[in-house]
Design a protein around this ligand. Structure first.
Ligand code: C5P
Length: 216
């Protein structure tokens, strides 16, 4: 790995899914192994950064040199990010945050009745968009996992959330796997990265972001 490109920088990342309680034993979640976010946290630490990894529930060990803050819900993830972000130079949102949460989680286990039932959902905040909208935001990187029309959706997210950089992938290419194929989108256009193990991919992504950060 080349020189410590992120020495003296602080990087905050989110990774993994969020878990939104329905009652004390049930919840809503997204599929996310956390592997890509953890690989990125490791690559940032390797590049010399101080790294805070705000992680939803995953079955992965804390990467060497990384401070992990474990959370469950999107609201808790947002709070943990807010607590770490003030002096951050880079924010990377890799987490698969649940778009909705149950409006009022039940205090006790819901009993089955044989009747149809429905759960009222309320939208979660967009953590990445909120960080990117701060005055003097850190360099913000988003992820876009799509099942089709990757270019349109990923570049659309980059513009809507006002991000200098988005990493896009097709879910069928990488979900839960150890390797992936991604495209990086930035002001200059699209930059395909060849299929690689998530650790190698993370290094390519960190190199790209370090180049953009240095050019700012
Ligand atoms: O809009 P979408 O959820 O596909 O955008 C994905 C990007 O936004 C990811 O980087 C993800 O971590 C971030 N995000 C977030 N908070 C949300 C939803 C998405 O930080 N509530």
């Amino acid at each position: 790995f080349e020189a410590k490109r992120l020495a003296g920088r602080k990087v905050v990342l989110t990774a993994g899914p969020t878990f939104e309680a329905i009652d004390p034993v049930r919840g809503i979640t997204n599929s996310s192994s956390g592997k890509m976010g953890y690989a990125l946290a490791r690559a940032c630490a390797h590049a010399g950064a101080e790294v805070v990894l705000v992680s939803g529930p995953v079955a992965l060990p804390v990467p060497y040199g990384v401070t992990r803050v474990s959370v469950q819900s999107a609201l808790a993830m947002r709070e943990a990010v807010a607590a770490a972000i003030d002096d951050a130079d880079v924010f990377i949102g890799v987490a698969a945050v649940a778009d909705y949460r149950p409006a009022t989680p039940a205090e006790h286990k819901i009993k089955k009745s044989g009747e149809a039932m429905s759960i009222a959902l309320t939208p979660n905040p967009d953590i990445l968009a909120e960080v990117a909208a701060r005055p003097n935001p850190p360099f913000c990187v988003g992820f876009a996992a799509e099942s089709r029309d990757l270019d349109t959706y990923a570049e659309g997210k980059r513009r809507n959330k006002r991000l200098p950089m988005v990493v896009g992938n097709l879910v069928q290419d990488g979900l839960g796997q150890d390797d992936n194929q991604v495209v990086i989108y930035d002001e200059a256009g699209r930059h395909p990265v060849p299929r690689a193990a998530k650790d190698n991919l993370a290094r390519s992504i960190v190199k790209h972001l370090a180049d953009l950060l240095a050019a700012r």
